[in-house]
Design a protein around this ligand. Structure first.
Ligand SMILES: Nc1ncnc2c1ncn2[C@@H]1O[C@H](COP(=O)(O)OP(=O)(O)O)[C@@H](O)[C@H]1O
Ligand SMILES: [Mg+2]
Length: 340
């Protein structure tokens, strides 16, 4: 049985290594030859729109789903050949957990700890400790989880994933649909588990800000393939140091500006009627941009200088903003994204 002190012991393997990992569903390659190297003690952000392949990868690493090809190890154990060892080393909070609505939070945590071989007395102590850890101590202990709010359920998911003191924690979209305050609570908890226990945390998200704030390294997955990987700062630097953001009176103006500026600003992206152009030093380029637009009689509404965000990185890597991809998956028509 793994203990919390083992989690803090230097030399304990809490790494994740993924090599050419692939999962096929019929004709669809949900995860396509993914390589990842995540050192012990890292918070890793796995970014992608709906349907990109995040949950499929997490399920393979958690031994819930068999890979079609490739290899992966978690905490030093092979996900195909050492499933029991992987499972004892990890905690998993999946997106679509079915919490028994008639049970209380403590009952569920006790049950979870018992599943991993803890006897009843210690399992009850674990439940009391984790209820406090995830901030559910003020909730009536008799309340059934069917009556919990979304934020409370997410905290309970986290407590359940922690019930056997894992070395590596997988959180699949832990904050999707949460209000901002609950989201920040989860972020703080993730940071604390990582810094105090040295836990490696693999977190999937559609929120680029979340990955930027929490993760040391991130990877972006798109249609099953890794399209960008690095620290958030490296990825942003890869786009150039600064962005000039231009907005226009009309959508037509934005389209015209994109073609007018092709010569002056070769690195521009148009999305939602806003043109973002990347430069090493933006201020130097502004007079030329304004002049070119003026000569072409394209009325400018606003201009600002900004640093590239992870949204810029995502747009560059996938050709789409994460919001558009989400709308597309939800069946709503996505506004045109012109990418040059
Ligand atoms: N059990 C399954 N059978 C068939 N297709 C699946 C299954 N699970 C996932 N998929 C498909 O694989 C792709 C990736 O899904 P998923 O990993 O859930 O994406 P994400 O978690 O990034 O939203 C999607 O196109 C999804 O429809
Ligand atoms: Mg998913």
């Amino acid at each position: 049985m793994t203990t919390a002190s083992a989690a803090r012991t230097p030399g304990v393997d809490r790494s994740i290594a993924v090599e050419q990992l692939t999962r096929q569903f019929g004709d669809l390659r949900a995860v396509d030859r993914v390589d990842l190297e995540i050192p012990s003690g890292e918070i890793f952000g796995f970014l992608g729109a709906n349907g990109a392949g995040k949950s499929t990868l997490v399920k393979m690493l958690a031994t819930i789903l068999a890979p079609s090809a490739g290899r992966a190890s978690v905490a030093g154990f092979d996900v195909r050949r050492q499933q029991g060892k992987v499972r004892r080393a990890i905690g998993v909070a999946l997106q679509e957990v079915g919490l028994d609505p008639l049970m209380t939070a403590r009952e569920l945590i006790v049950l979870q700890a018992q599943l991993f071989g803890t006897s009843t007395g210690p399992a009850r102590q674990i439940a009391e400790r984790l209820i406090v850890t995830v901030g559910l101590e003020d909730v009536d202990a008799r309340k059934r989880v069917g009556d919990y709010s979304g934020g409370m359920k997410r905290r309970l998911d986290l407590a359940l994933a922690l019930a056997h003191d894992p070395l590596v924690l997988f959180l699949d979209e832990p904050t999707t649909g949460l209000d901002p305050a609950s989201r920040i609570d989860i972020w703080n908890e993730v940071r604390r588990l990582n810094s105090e226990q040295g836990m490696t945390i693999f977190l999937t998200t559609q929120y680029l800000e979340e990955a930027d704030k929490l993760a040391g390294h991130v990877a972006i997955i798109d249609h099953g393939r890794i399209v960008a990987q690095g620290t958030p700062a490296e990825l942003k630097r890869g786009l150039g140091e600064e962005v000039v953001e231009l907005s226009f009176e009309t959508a037509d103006g934005a389209e015209r500006a994109a073609s007018v500026l092709a010569g002056v600003a070769p690195q521009c992206r148009l999305s939602d009627g806003v043109l973002r152009c990347y430069f090493p030093v933006a201020a130097r380029e502004v007079p030329g941009i304004v002049r070119a637009l003026d000569q072409a009689s394209v009325p400018l509404r606003g201009l600002s200088i900004d640093r590239p965000s992870l949204d810029d990185v995502f747009l560059r890597a996938t050709g789409e903003t994460v919001d558009h991809a989400r709308e597309r998956e939800a069946g709503e028509p996505a506004p045109a994204t012109v990418t040059r």
